[in-house]
Design a protein around this ligand. Sequence first.
Ligand code: ATR
Length: 279
Amino acid sequence: MKELFAVIGDPIAHSMSPQMHNDLFQYYSIDAHYQPLLVKKENLEAAIKGLKAIGISGFNVTIPHKTEIMAFLDEIDPLASDIGAVNTVVNQNGKLVGYNTDGLGFMKGLASLTSDFVNQKILIIGAGGAARAIYYTLAKTGVKGMDICNRTVEKATHLIETCPYQITSEALSLEQAENKLSHYGVIIQTTNIGMSPNMSQLPLSINFLRESSIVSDIIYNPLETFLLSEAKKKKAIVQNGIDMFVHQGALAFQYWTGITPDISRMKQIVMEQLGGTKC
Ligand code: ATR
């Protein structure tokens, strides 16, 4: 019988995951289907019970359910538990087990640019949910120095103080980060700045950006944010959010099927959906 996979969220119509995973199922001759499911906040518990009752094989979880879903799962992987968010669920012999592949997906994308990122001085811009997944995952991996700057500095301080892994970090205002930007070999942008309606804004000024440093923006729509186009002019190495998106999906696929999927194929499918060519 065909296996069922899904992504739950609200809104969900524009998710690129169904095409990406359905293409992989076909490519690897797996008899399965991946379905987007609109689940309202108030229906989350009922939806999870229903998915379990029908024996769903696995699913992804997106906004606004990544944290609330944890209460309705049978087990949570330690990294997801520390991050406080689940984006991938695996049905393991009838038990729903939650994982977080967002931070790991980001890390794999970064590793495709530099194998030496653990020894780089890293700056994260933003202190929301995405920043937390990336910060905790990189800290767990052994990154030595990683600062966080945010419009609301207290949120950056909170993130650092609650991190369960050993790391040297400073919480900075945006202005402080601007002034010491040349200290960083890797800069990771996790805020909404650069997305519609803030497309012509920079999250911070990059006057002191160092040549050849890496600027990775987790936004993939637009494919090139204003930050990335300005960073390119300063001869930085830039990366958009496609890598993180594709790698988080690849890890989910691996958890579900045991197969390490073809990343370049996945990228191509996503790029086709976004209608662009810059990667
Ligand atoms: P996500 O889960 O995508 O990370 P989030 O948890 O809402 O989203 O976090 C959004 C991040 O973008 C926060 O760091 C937020 O800064 P504040 O903590 O000060 O709110 C940042 N952000 C959003 N809009 C911003 C803006 N107009 N200027 C500066 N930072 C902004």
